[in-house]
Design a protein around this ligand. Structure first.
Ligand code: GDP
Length: 239
């Protein structure tokens, strides 16, 4: 997938301030300083789509961009600021929690983890929270250029070993470097594949609806969430 247009939509302080749910959304989140802004700029092919912050934890709002006029990239505030007391570090913005749990057009979360570090409690807690709340996500290990490949592999293995008891099948694992561009096409490929699945599902739903006589009852929130998230990453796929 090529990004032909990346247009800033808005900065939302809470879920109610987000745009309507008409477009599929792909959200990026990670500990402050994980390299999220750099990665978003790489994906969008723009120098300053997301501000590369000199101060960890700069982004406090939900920043939303419309990509190629057909999906949204959602830049979620980072978690785990060093200056916050340890007991509060794992808590992230309530708006983010609402967004992740209730946003029906959220297709997939890219959970960013620094590949240069051994498993961090704060990241494990967040991944556990995503899992407990049935939020669909893939893991993205960032900054692969920063340490030796063997260290990256060891850190990824250590992380997945800790979380593997929580899953029947592990979520997909991707790697990237904003410095070298490694992983860019794989990440965009995941979005592309999800968009293809969503379009196919929408056209199937349309043709099913045309066959049904009479009006269907309004779907419940749970049904809408399920319908809006028809696509799940295939954990068995070596991205
Ligand atoms: P954010 O706080 O998660 O948005 O992280 P930033 O994108 O602002 O990056 C934090 C720091 O890590 C900055 O100094 C970046 O230049 C650096 N950084 C980000 N991505 C990479 C990467 O892929 N490789 C290396 N070596 N440094 C990176």
């Amino acid at each position: 997938m090529n990004i032909e247009s990346a247009i800033f939509d808005r900065s939302a302080p809470d879920l109610d301030s987000c745009p309507d749910e008409s477009l599929p959304e792909f959200a990026f989140i990670g500990r402050s300083n994980v390299g999220k802004s750099s990665l978003l700029n790489l994906l969008a092919g723009k120098e300053n789509l997301a501000r590369v912050s000199p101060v960890p934890g700069f982004t406090k709002l939900i920043n939303i961009f419309t990509m190629n006029r057909c999906w949204r990239l959602v830049d979620l505030p980072g978690y785990g600021f060093a200056q916050v007391a340890k007991v509060h570090r794992s808590r992230f913005n309530q708006a983010v929690s609402h967004y992740l749990k209730q946003r029906t057009n959220l297709c997939l979360v890219f959970a960013l983890i620094d590949s240069g570090l051994p498993p961090q409690e704060i990241d494990l807690e967040f991944v556990e929270w995503l899992t407990r709340n049935a939020v669909p996500f893939v893991l993205v290990f960032t900054k692969t250029d920063k340490v030796a490949a063997a260290a990256v592999s060891a850190n990824i293995a250590a992380f997945t070993e800790v979380i593997s008891p929580w899953f029947e099948k592990l979520p997909a694992v991707l790697t990237c470097s904003a410095t070298t561009g490694q992983g860019k096409s794989e990440l965009l490929g995941v979005i592309d594949e999800a968009m293809t699945a969503i379009k196919a599902e929408a056209s199937r739903a349309r043709s099913d609806a045309e066959k049904l006589p009479g009006a269907a009852p309004a779907p419940t929130r749970k049904e809408r969430v399920r319908a809006a998230r028809p696509w799940r990453p295939n954990p068995a796929r070596p991205w």
